[in-house]
Design a protein around this ligand. Structure first.
Ligand code: ZN
Ligand code: FE
Length: 255
């Protein structure tokens, strides 16, 4: 594995991620939720920050851009179609673009829905995806700017990745997500089992993130609109999948 990932908590429930490519020493922070913990993590690892990879413009993702850029002179990478809202942006990237990073590379996915300019970074050789607030463990981001159709398409893009892909999402929301997931898919045995494991991990203060595409495929109601159990609970047996997704998201908003 050519990339080392260092994960640490930021703010209330965000995760910070540093990724380090050891041959060139290039080091990126995925988003900039909070400057101090990011600098502390860099110091702890002995790494120098060369890049900021922004998933979207929200303050808990891009709020530290300017301070970190000033301190490190690093390159800020963000969505071309949302450049005006990414502080300090240097490199504008679009869907399908390959971003060189050290001796490896990431593919950029445009995944609108949570915001119109949300992107994800997929490191195919390492089997890792950094998905920001698009997909969470057992959840998905709120639709602040996009339509259900857009978010569904974005989630489907991520679900097309191999099952073993490790998914790094930006928040520890899993326990609350599990309670909702169980309410809409009570007969999903894999979900029941996972919810137990999540409770155990959280009671020990351990993160439930990262997750994997395969685990989400089996248990995340927001990518399981085709599940009959789910469709029955929301009273939409046989309905269009986007409509089932939209109703599931609406119920979560009111849960
Ligand atoms: Zn956000
Ligand atoms: Fe966020």
């Amino acid at each position: 594995m050519a990339l080392e990932v260092h994960q640490f908590p930021c703010l209330n429930d965000n995760y910070g991620y540093l990724i380090h490519e050891p041959v060139t020493g290039q080091t990126a922070t995925i988003d900039t939720p909070e400057v101090e913990p990011i600098n502390a993590a860099l110091a702890q690892k002995g790494w120098r920050l060369t890049h900021i990879l922004n998933t979207h413009h929200h303050f808990d993702h891009a709020g530290g851009n300017e301070a970190l850029k000033k301190e490190w002179g690093c390159t800020v990478v963000g969505a071309a179609n949302d450049a005006a809202r990414i502080p300090g942006i240097d490199e504008r990237v679009s869907d399908g673009e390959i971003l060189a990073f050290g001796n490896t590379e990431a593919r950029v996915f445009e995944v609108p829905g949570h915001t119109t300019g949300h992107i994800a970074f997929y490191f195919a050789d390492e089997g890792m995806a950094f998905v920001g607030d698009t997909m969470f463990a057992l959840g998905c981001g709120r639709l602040f700017e996009g339509t259900p159709q857009q978010m569904w398409d974005s989630l489907e893009k991520l679900m097309a990745l191999p099952d073993e892909t490790v998914v790094y999402c930006a928040h520890e929301y899993t326990q609350a997500n599990a309670a909702f997931a169980l309410s809409v898919e009570p007969d999903n045995a894999a979900l029941v089992e996972r919810a137990k494991e999540i409770d155990e991990k959280r009671s020990r203060g351990e993160p439930t993130v990262p997750t994997t595409i395969g685990l989400e495929r089996a248990t995340n109601p927001f990518v399981r609109a085709g599940s009959e159990d789910l469709q029955r609970t929301v009273d939409m047996l046989g309905a269009n999948l986007v409509d089932v997704f939209a109703e599931t998201r609406r119920r979560k908003d009111n849960f």
